[in-house]
Design a protein around this ligand. Structure first.
Ligand code: NI
Length: 190
């Protein structure tokens, strides 16, 4: 089922998401809904808070980037309770990022190129992997969501100023994109 994407300003995007266990109710359905929602909005990654669920679950499909990065062919991952360690000794790289929760904004983000990740997949198989492809960036972006961060937290104050009016529009519920969204509606104060 396609769910609405929670947009910048929604409190769930600023919460540290909860780890889950095997008894988490509706996990298979959550993962399926995240996939449906991500493909419908042409994303390459989605974290549960982006569909309003504060749980440490991520889905990534970077196969669409395999023309540019052949090593990403058929790379599809469900990450449950991922723990990433960024290799601070690895080189950094600056590339443009976007986010389904921050539509219409693309900004350069500098990240380290190598990470180690420990996670469980949808079958609760445990994985320990070193990743030094473009996937390392996507995983960092998605795992940021689980910590209550979004990619624009990484950009400079000047760049943030440049996109301020777009962000303010989002906070006011004005969003221009072709997928269903859920904007933040502050309760009116009198
Ligand atoms: Ni994102």
């Amino acid at each position: 089922m396609i769910l609405p994407i929670y947009i910048y300003g929604q409190p769930v995007l600023r919460k540290v998401a909860e780890p889950i266990d095997k008894d988490y109710p509706g996990l298979d359905e959550l993962i399926q809904n995240m996939k449906d929602t991500m493909y419908d909005s042409d994303g390459i990654g989605i974290a549960a808070p982006q569909v309003g669920v504060s749980a440490r679950v991520v889905y990534i499909d970077v196969d669409a980037l395999s023309d540019k990065f052949p090593e990403l062919k058929d790379k599809r991952l469900v990450l449950i309770n991922p723990e990433i360690t960024v290799d601070e000794t690895s080189p950094t790289e600056t590339r443009e990022e976007g986010c389904l929760s921050v539509p219409g904004i693309h900004e350069n983000v500098t990240r380290h190129t190598k990470i180690h990740i420990h996670y469980f997949d949808e079958n609760w198989q445990e994985h320990d992997e070193d990743i030094d492809t473009y996937l390392a960036r996507v995983i960092q972006h998605e795992c940021d969501h689980l910590e209550g961060h979004v990619f624009i937290d990484h950009i400079s104050a000047i760049r943030k100023q440049m996109i301020r009016s777009k962000l303010n529009n989002m906070l006011k519920g004005k969003v221009d994109c072709d997928y269903r969204v859920k904007v933040y509606k502050p309760s009116r104060k009198h």
